[in-house]
Write a protein that binds this ligand. Structure first.
Ligand code: PHE
Length: 523
């Protein structure tokens, strides 16, 4: 029968017992299902057709909740997403009147000198990891959201990452020369539209339209960044904010009294907290000029107690899920002064984890002009931003940020909505490096050569097969004065062993693209 198709799978080491190439799929699934050995199953299933796996599971009447069924469903869904995206029109095209355009998010954007979006980034924007309930990022998202009372905080998941330069920067008080606006740091569709670099880009919209006093925004955000184990050009943030209108109170004392009574209602967290309790400091972390010290202190307290409650809630849930860590000591957090263009005073909250202080939240008291620009003048409040990958890597023990994008069943099958478990490493495939060295154009300054431009070429040609890229050498010829740069690319797949032919081909493409794009002379 059709489901007795022979299993086609590579003969890699981790397949252990299941090395027999001619084992029928049905027998295979029965064996693994009775074994409940998800890892072994996933290793095998990664190389066979998930549709077939599902059909056999149906015949075997395995429950929809069974790990095998979930894993196969998840991989089909992810592949469908990728396919859905690749059916769309080419990213770049020209119209009948010869206008070059970017086609994305069911829209067309006229290309100009700012356009720097690349196909690999466009593809990522179609994946929508937060929509997969079993992706560790959405597990964390849901867990955090569950700590916020829904009658006070509305959950808002913005659809597409294209926002105006105004929303991303101007409406948040970014100076016109702020380095974040540079093309070297931000993906532009054209000079008016960027891929949001942070979820704060939606603050204005939410302050204006959401009826609860607070909201939570979670989304994918984009930054042209280096490539390594903790940096990826697309990552996910959660933004939270809370506001009070001065118009609802006859006097400022009443407003402050209300904020303070709201603060008292926040459950206490069971954390060890290090805080100087100096809510602002004129020289290093000033309050806003138009705000009274009492109001600033009331808002800061509400903000800090809220975020402490969230962190407390997360770690309590983890203790409940994971009995091994039940008697671990209280989690330590600390508050550090910070700076953001749209909050004052501002802080970062750090958590002590595995011997290190890790920054979790950026936060602060929202600046009055941000409310004015959002067309809700006369409001006061606070905001925070949180990197979901960082927290997920820490809580699940996920060692490489690329894994969140993996469609490998050995990864996907380990997670389930509503549960935080330790990630079980599957074998790390070997890494290999290759260098790209070149002479810059005569008379050009190495400072004008931007790492991130190089990174994008690597990304477009080798996508997730690259673990790390670093500038390893800079050299000026003593006689000619010409400058030479050398970048090291570390190739490593999360899913298989790369063959040197394959790496050499990628490397050749990258080299010629670098030469062509930057007019450099390869060495
Ligand atoms: N948007 C900021 C960032 O990405 C984080 C932040 C959000 C800081 C809200 C303060 C308030 O770094």
């Amino acid at each position: 029968m059709w489901f007795f198709h022979k299993v086609r799978y590579a003969t890699t080491r981790w397949m252990g017992n299941f090395r027999n190439k001619h084992l029928p799929l049905k027998t295979l699934i029965l064996r693994v299902a009775s074994d409940q050995n998800q890892l072994m199953f996933a290793s095998i299933a990664a190389t066979i057709d998930s549709m077939q796996v599902l059909s056999v599971c149906r015949v075997l009447e395995l429950s929809r909740k069974h790990n095998i069924v979930r894993a196969a469903t998840s991989i089909i869904r992810q592949r469908a997403n990728v396919r859905y995206y690749s059916d769309k029109p080419a990213l770049f095209s020209s119209t009948q009147d010869g206008q070059n355009v970017v086609n994305i998010f069911n829209n067309t954007y006229i290309v100009d000198e700012f356009t720097n979006i690349t196909p690999s980034i466009a593809e990522k924007s179609g994946r929508k990891l937060l929509k997969d309930p079993a992706n560790p990022l959405s597990i964390i998202k849901k867990l955090i959201e569950s700590n916020f009372p829904p009658q006070e905080y509305t959950v808002f998941d913005p659809p597409e990452p294209a926002v105006t330069v105004y929303e991303n920067f101007d409406s948040l008080n970014f100076r016109s020369d702020h380095p974040g606006r540079n093309k070297t740091d931000t993906y532009y569709l054209n000079s008016d539209i960027v891929l949001r670099t942070h979820t704060s880009a939606h603050q204005g919209h939410c302050f204006r339209t959401i009826s609860t006093p607070g909201f939570l925004i979670s989304a994918d955000v984009y930054r042209r960044d280096e490539i390594d184990r903790t940096h990826y050009p697309v990552f996910h943030q959660m933004e939270g904010a809370r506001a009070w209108s001065r118009d609802d109170f006859a006097t400022e004392e009443e407003l402050i009294a209300k904020i303070n009574s709201d603060t008292l209602k926040i459950p206490s967290p069971g954390l060890q907290i290090i805080d100087s309790n100096k809510q602002f400091e004129e020289s290093s972390n000033p309050k806003q000029p138009g705000m009274s010290p009492e109001l600033c202190i009331a808002l800061s307290n509400h903000l800090k107690r809220t975020l402490e409650m969230v962190v407390g809630g997360i770690f309590t849930s983890i203790r409940q899920m994971d009995r091994d860590s039940a008697d671990k000591e209280a989690v330590q957090i600390r508050w550090i002064d910070a700076y953001f263009p749209f909050t004052a005073p501002s802080w970062e909250m750090e958590v002590y984890w595995d011997g290190d202080w890790l920054e979790l939240f950026g936060s602060g008291v929202t600046e009055a002009p941000v409310f004015d620009m959002a067309q809700v003048p006369n409001h006061v409040g606070w905001a925070f931003g949180l990197g979901l990958e960082r927290l997920a890597m820490l809580l699940f023990g996920i060692p490489d940020i690329r894994l969140f994008w993996s469609t490998d069943l050995r990864f996907i099958s380990q997670f389930e909505s509503g549960r935080i478990n330790r990630f079980q490493k599957f074998s790390k495939y070997p890494s290999t490096h290759r260098d790209v060295a070149f002479w810059l154009k005569e008379g050009s300054d190495p400072k004008d050569f931007h790492d991130n431009d190089f990174m994008d070429i690597v990304r477009d040609h080798a996508a997730d097969l690259v673990e790390d890229v670093k500038l390893i050498d800079k050299f000026t010829h003593p006689k000619t004065g010409r400058h030479s740069l050398c970048y090291r690319i570390v190739y490593q797949s999360m899913e298989r062993t790369l063959q040197s032919d394959e790496i050499n081909a990628l490397q050749d493409n990258i080299r010629s693209e670098v030469a062509k794009t930057f007019g450099v002379q390869l060495r």
